[in-house]
Design a protein around this ligand. Structure first.
Ligand SMILES: *[C@@H]1O[C@H](CO)[C@@H](O)[C@H](O)[C@H]1NC(C)=O
Ligand SMILES: *[C@@H]1O[C@H](CO)[C@@H](O)[C@H](O)[C@H]1NC(C)=O
Ligand SMILES: *[C@@H]1O[C@H](CO)[C@@H](O)[C@H](O)[C@H]1NC(C)=O
Ligand SMILES: *[C@@H]1O[C@H](CO)[C@@H](O)[C@H](O)[C@H]1NC(C)=O
Ligand SMILES: *[C@@H]1O[C@H](CO)[C@@H](O)[C@H](O)[C@H]1NC(C)=O
Length: 264
């Protein structure tokens, strides 16, 4: 009797854990916040629906095999509005691409919480304010492109500590001196009138060929799941819950039958 109760309890607690974990997916909450602060004139974020179990089927979101969000690729989508500080809650993010949009406001300091971030591209928007010095916390960041925005102030000296950085593009902003000594392979700061306007100055202005970004966007996981409608997912979750309950009842019934039959 004790063992049977144990098994049933174990099954039930697993079931409830699973349901509650699905209900409060923090990545769904964060992405919902991000959507709310953007203006989506083309409706490209319509698949971002808070009632889904996980965001892996949403457009422009890519997940790892264990269903955590590792990439957000929303470039050239005519998005405006601002970038929500909740971006800092997508703690598994490795790639964030939001270039060629009309996003304004500050670059959230909360980006510094994304310890796994490798590529951050916010080029060609209308971001204003200072470069957050929290970016220097991103120990895995290799590519940082913030060119063609309206960023101002001086570049935080702590950014020079990002020795793993290989590509840094701060060109075409309104940044001012001093310029930290970066040890990156590719560094571009032309078109910041207070530092170097023309690209002729020897030390601070190096034009380089941009590396292609399209490869970062094509994640097979995304194309695989994005076609699946959300109703299908909810139905699937519901059906599997029902199935689980049915199995439990059946198993319980079988145990009772077994006991009755062999206790005689
Ligand atoms: C983001 O994380 C912070 C701290 O963990 C939490 O207080 C906040 O509610 C989260 N925001 C969202 C939108 O989930
Ligand atoms: C920015 O918005 C303007 C209209 O306000 C539009 O013409 C332009 O294409 C947008 N730019 C991008 C990069 O989406
Ligand atoms: C881009 O967004 C702007 C402002 O939100 C809007 O006026 C414009 O029509 C949009 N462009 C397209 C191609 O939808
Ligand atoms: C960035 O701005 C510069 C100067 O305004 C412009 O020449 C260049 O085409 C822009 N780059 C992109 C990718 O739009
Ligand atoms: C860089 O990091 C080192 C050690 O972590 C620290 O002592 C130094 O002050 C940092 N430099 C800047 C400019 O923050």
């Amino acid at each position: 009797m004790e063992r049977r109760e144990h098994v049933v309890l174990c099954c039930l607690s697993f079931f409830f854990f699973w349901i509650s974990a699905a209900g409060v997916n923090p990545e769904v909450l964060a992405l919902t916040d991000i959507k709310a602060s953007l203006v989506d004139s083309l409706g490209v974020l319509e698949s971002w629906d808070v009632t889904t179990v996980d965001p892996c089927g949403w457009g422009m979101v890519s997940c790892s095999a264990d269903h955590s969000v590792i990439a957000l690729g929303a470039s050239s989508q005519n998005l405006s509005g601002t970038l929500s500080p909740s971006i800092g809650n997508l703690t598994n993010l490795q790639i964030l691409l939001m270039h060629n949009n009309n996003i304004s406001g500050p670059i959230p300091a909360e980006l510094g919480r994304l310890q796994k971030l490798q590529t951050l591209v916010l080029s060609n928007n209308f971001f204003t304010g200072q470069l957050p010095n929290t970016l220097s916390h991103l120990k895995g960041l290799k590519c940082l492109r913030l060119n063609n925005n309206s960023l101002s102030g001086s570049i935080p000296l702590t950014l020079a500590n990002m020795t793993q950085l290989t590509f840094l593009d701060l060109s075409n902003n309104n940044l001012g001196p001093p310029v930290p000594e970066f040890h990156v392979k590719t560094f571009n700061i032309v078109g910041n009138p207070l530092i170097c306007a023309t690209g002729n100055e020897k030390d601070c202005c190096e034009q380089h060929i941009y590396m292609p970004l399209s490869s970062a966007l094509s994640n097979p996981q995304n194309s695989e799941t994005s076609g699946r409608p959300k109703s299908h997912k909810i139905a699937l979750a519901f059906a599997s819950s029902l199935g689980c309950i049915c199995l439990l009842i059946l198993g319980f019934g079988f145990l009772l039958w077994w006991r009755q039959r062999y206790s005689k």
